[in-house]
Design a protein around this ligand. Structure first.
Ligand code: MUC
Ligand code: MG
Length: 367
């Protein structure tokens, strides 16, 4: 099955409310829909979310690199020759979201061609994941109300709280308010998106030591090499590497440095192929993982749950699969639904979802 054509379609769906965190904020899902056309008319889809504050990509750069660099390099290859496809993509450095979306759209073509869900091809471990919801910066009462609504409406009981503000008392106060309002039975963990210095992070973790936080993610920039090692060594809360560990080499470096002891896997930046490499590396090293969220839309979330549910190691913890709920609309014909705190795999071959042509026409930015 040869790749005949690749499209990169920019689209923009407004958020109902912005998501704010230490490295940036998102008001609109200004993503890129990637469509890989196979020779028999089979079309695979995936979405690339630009995160300039994390990887340097923009919506325009993703469209340009796919149309001008990647498509000419991979059109004509078979969708079954993934190593060859990746060898060609990797002639260009960086551009992780663009490469990941292309990879996942190729897997979607493979699944649709074989009539098999991608999650089964990847591993077929289970058909669902528990969901963790990411709570962005807002006044304490707003953060608490959001978490309560997620629990009451969707049964979600795991929350990742964004931290990394100054003074640190803002975040210590928010986490305390969440713990007091939600009680001891919900899981709370924090993500600093590199907002603090090592000493600020240490003070914040000490001040929150009675809040039963289960994980702390990227509190400090990766360049603070010794500071991160010092911080990770002095806390009993496992340290998750997210944006500092986006490829197997970076994962190895962070772990061997003692800068982290868990890894966030995001299909939005490593696709299915690269995510499996990271996962197997972590399994081999005896390192736990969490399925992270790149502030994905429903298509990206369908990719995350396909990967997360495929493996025992990724489905053990709740995956970050719910921030599409903040979007005012989406592209899919059948919306994803979270019930009883779980997201099930969409049925059907490939990634299992269809893009609604009318919605795409409405939200696309290139006409
Ligand atoms: C996260 O886990 O950090 C925020 C920025 C980004 O790249 O991903 C999100 C969520
Ligand atoms: Mg993170």
């Amino acid at each position: 099955m040869k790749i005949e054509r690749i499209e990169a379609v920019p689209f923009a769906v407004p958020y109902r409310k912005p998501l704010r965190f230490a490295s940036g904020e998102v008001h609109t899902a200004d993503h890129v829909l990637v469509r890989v056309h196979g020779e028999d008319g089979v079309v695979g889809v995936a979405e690339a979310p630009p995160r300039p504050y994390t990887y340097g990509e923009t919506q325009a750069s993703i469209v340009a690199v796919i149309e001008q660099v990647f498509a000419p390099d991979v059109v004509g290859l078979s969708v079954f020759d993934r190593e060859q496809i990746h060898a060609r993509l990797d002639r260009t450095i960086a551009n992780p979201a663009a490469k990941a979306a292309l990879d996942m759209a190729v897997w979607d073509v493979v699944g649709r061609t074989l009539g098999v869900p991608v999650s089964s091809l990847l591993g077929g471990y289970t058909d669902r994941m528990r969901v963790s919801h990411m709570v962005g910066f807002a006044p304490d009462s707003t953060m608490v109300a959001e978490a309560q609504r997620m629990r009451d409406e969707y049964g979600i009981t795991t929350f990742k709280v964004k931290v990394g503000r100054r003074p640190i008392s803002l975040d210590v106060g928010a986490c305390r308010a969440l713990r007091e309002a939600l009680g001891p039975d919900v899981e709370l963990y924090v993500d600093g998106n590199r907002g603090w210095t090592p000493s600020e992070a240490a003070r914040a973790l000490d001040a929150m030591s009675d809040l039963d936080l289960t994980l702390s993610e990227e509190l400090v920039p990766a360049d603070q090499v010794l500071g991160r090692r010092w911080l990770t060594g002095r806390t009993s809360i496992p340290t998750v590497a997210d944006e500092s560990a986006t490829r197997p080499g970076e994962v190895t470096r962070e772990l061997l440095d003692g800068a982290a002891n868990m890894i966030s896997i995001k299909t939005a930046r490593t696709g299915f192929t690269g995510s499996q490499r990271v996962l197997h590396l972590c399994e081999g090293l005896g390192v736990e993982v969490v399925m992270g969220n790149q502030i994905d839309g429903q298509l990206g979330t369908a990719c995350s749950v396909a990967f997360g549910a495929a493996h025992a190691h990724t489905s053990r913890r709740a995956g970050e699969l719910s921030n599409f709920l903040d979007m005012s609309d989406d592209l899919l014909t059948e919306p994803l639904r979270i019930t009883d705190g779980e997201l099930r795999l969409p049925p059907g071959p490939g990634i299992g979802v269809e893009v609604d042509p009318t919605k795409l026409e409405h939200y696309r930015q290139d006409r």
